[in-house]
Design a protein around this ligand. Structure first.
Ligand code: UD1
Ligand code: UDP
Length: 350
């Protein structure tokens, strides 16, 4: 079986790593195509190294740009690759512009599409990710869902064929790399942190970064917390922070590698984020999470009591953190599978 996999953005490298390894173990031929959506070494190359993902066969070097230009350039270039390699299937992950471009290119050529992390919905149509997910799901042939909620969303939209509940490949990755992170990462020492004595924050959603009022409100809340806040800054967010004066407990740093992030998420008192992947990982690592959005796709983490959705309202954020510190949540259920999502995906693909 020959598979072309389309990757391009940071979370996709992490989602794909367990599947790449399982495909290799099963003797499948996988051609990795990197769209170049993320290109800084600490947004791309570091993940290939840390998670032992083979180097991409080709990098399309599309880079940054408006949604139409970026997605359109990827579409044209992926089509050429698919015509050359004639794969049996095209594998896409998550909900970025790289996901949609890969799915559309394959769809137009009649090549079956497998979508990992299918069925997620925020029901917020102002998010580019929501368009990408809905469109990708509706042209996919195999839909690998991480949760029952995702299966239900697809059924509601009339998609029942080819749907498989397999669990979450990010959970597989956490189980595989948690020990390595504990033994290899020196992030605690590097940033002068003590276990459970700091908060970890990330912000990169355009509705938070590109709205100065929203960003200021979120940063004010972080500044009011009683301990140090380590904030690895996404390249989208960096220029937007420059005009703000930040409280002295906020420590900015460059984007981190996966192993550092795993260790810091495990050791933090509370994680504060608008990232999808970070919400899940903090749940897997049993650290409470405050979500700086008005809704989440990962509703199970909220139902289990490990995630509070606050938006960027400063007092709501403070209250959520206090609530976690007063009443720590109970042991979370296994909503995201048993850590064998990648093996299941490869069995179904094969
Ligand atoms: C993208 C995804 C988002 C995902 C996020 C993960 C889309 C529409 N959005 O958002 O779903 O959560 O990746 O991190 O696909 N930049 C750099 N260096 C890089 C990459 C980006 O400097 O290596 C800067 C550029 O100024 C660029 C901006 O970051 O314009 C945004 O990058 P882009 O890939 O367009 O969107 P993200 O916000 O990263
Ligand atoms: N991540 C990382 N370094 C960072 C921030 C995030 O390795 O500085 C990892 C994080 O652990 C998770 C993934 O990147 O595995 C989440 O990606 P991101 O927040 O960029 O996108 P989203 O999940 O919101 O699409």
């Amino acid at each position: 079986m020959k598979i072309v996999t389309i990757l391009g953005a940071r979370p996709q490298f992490i989602k794909a790593a367990p599947v790449c390894h399982a495909l290799k173990q099963n003797g499948c031929e996988e051609i990795l195509v990197h769209t170049g959506q993320h290109y800084d070494a600490n947004m791309s190359e570091i993940f290939f190294r840390e998670l032992s993902i083979p180097a991409p066969s080709v990098n399309l070097n599309v880079g940054s740009g408006g949604h139409g230009k970026q997605t359109g350039e990827m579409l044209a270039k992926i089509e050429e690759i698919l015509l050359t390699h004639k794969p049996d299937k095209v594998l896409v992950y998550g909900d970025t512009n790289s996901t949609l471009a890969g799915a559309l290119a394959a769809c137009k050529l009649g090549i079956p599409i497998a979508h990992v992390e299918a069925g997620l919905r925020s029901f917020n149509r102002s998010m580019p990710e929501e368009h990408n997910r809905v469109l990708t799901d509706h042209c996919s042939d195999l839909l690998f869902c991480p949760t029952q909620t995702a299966v239900n969303h697809l059924a509601f939209e009339g998609i029942r064929n080819g749907v498989h509940l397999v669990g979450d490949t990010m959970f597989d990755a956490v189980l595989s790399f948690r020990e390595l992170a504990r033994s290899r990462s020196d992030a605690m020492k590097k940033f002068g942190l003590k276990p459970k004595n700091f908060y970890l924050a990330t912000i990169h959603r355009p509705y938070n970064t590109d709205d100065p009022v929203a960003l200021e409100s979120a940063m004010k809340a972080l500044g009011s917390l009683g301990h140090q806040v380590l904030f690895p800054v996404h390249p989208r967010t960096r220029p937007k922070l420059q005009s703000l004066s930040l409280a002295s407990n906020i420590q900015l740093c460059d984007p981190l590698g996966y192993l550092d992030m795993l260790l810091l998420q495990e050791e933090a008192r509370v994680v504060l984020t608008d990232s999808g992947g970070v919400q899940k990982e903090s749940f897997f690592l049993k650290t409470p999470c405050v979500t700086l959005r008005t809704e989440t796709e990962w509703v199970e983490t909220v139902q289990a009591g490990w995630n509070i959705v606050t938006g960027v309202d400063s007092s709501a954020i403070q209250k959520a953190v206090e609530q976690f510190e007063r009443n720590p949540p109970l042991t979370p259920p296994d909503y995201f599978g048993s850590g064998d999502a990648a093996a299941r995906i490869v069995r179904i693909l094969a």
